[in-house]
Design a binder for this molecule. Sequence first.
Ligand SMILES: *Cc1c(COP(=O)(O)O)cnc(C)c1O
Length: 375
Amino acid sequence: MSPATLAVSAGRPARSQGAPVNAPLVLSSTFVSQGVPEPGEPLYGRMDATTWHPFEEALGTLEGSAHPALVYSSGMSAIAAALSLVPPGGRLVLPRHSYQVTLGYARDLAERLGVDVALVDIDDTAAVAAALASPRPASMLWVETPTNPMLEVADLPALVEAAHAVGALVGVDNTFATPLVQRPLEHGADVVVHSVTKYLAGHTDVVLGAALADDAALHARLHAYRTLHGSIAGPFEVWLALRGLRTLALRVERAQASAAELARRLSTHPGVAEVRHPSLPTDPGHERAARLMTGFGSIIGLRPHGGPDAADGVVAALQLWVPATSLGGVESMLERRRRFATESLTVPEDLLRLSVGIEDVEDLWRDLDRALRSV
Ligand SMILES: *Cc1c(COP(=O)(O)O)cnc(C)c1O
């Protein structure tokens, strides 16, 4: 069945007369148990919680994984679990424009565990392959594609091949694309993570993460990390995320269509110096995205004329778009990324990251057009 159908149908309770259509929300920290527990028996809320299962099953199915997903308290805790697969003193290759906090975590691994961290331009396949091989073979390649916030598109199958050739694991942060647009496990990635906070939950009311692996031993290590660190999700967050996941296909389709239309209009707007969206035929990531992804996503990079002050002016002048630091929700949001002192210095100071939501595209355009003309 198509992913759009699976997003609706996976993880439902078994059909029997009188059964609920939706999985119940169970609020219980422990479960009745005596004697030697059977494998898989609910025992204690840090080890397992029945309310996690329907979401984990649905996301596992959507990513085409051999196992259910594993939920974590946040995207970052899922990323920490995945990066724990890099041994002390190992080598980690990751995109220069990775999610900012992932970069912070890599720096922490370097300081605490002597991990040798190499930053690369993830769209430069030859440079990534070189960094994987020397000065010594990498333990892990981390991939974001498209990157946050620069929207570089990686040649994922080529990178997986290069990483595996040197014995490195491949971890992919699939938050931007969602499994509707790109399924990294099918390209041979070893671990996939999500900030479920973003598109999967989709309503800006939950902080949640997830990790997936096909290999049983890797899956067991990710599971053990969660239990040992207690980086677990609350049942209500997971229940809300499953509710959000049911409409993922509609939301992603609408947001992608609007993003492509807005990018097209912005590319000829007099107030715009540069617009980045992989849907644009002139975009450096266009050819690869068209070949490797089933859509172009709904994040736009925008540099207005007039520098960072003008960019701040655009944010302040908008009435419908929400100024906030998240993405993937039903409401359109934007921010100037370099307002954070921690953002990579290779991200232009005037770059606005736009996350296109599901409002009427003409309303979004009128608001943007007016704000761009006002500065
Ligand atoms: C938000 C985000 C994260 C972090 O997820 P949290 O749920 O906020 O911990 C990781 N990667 C990407 C690409 C993100 O956008």
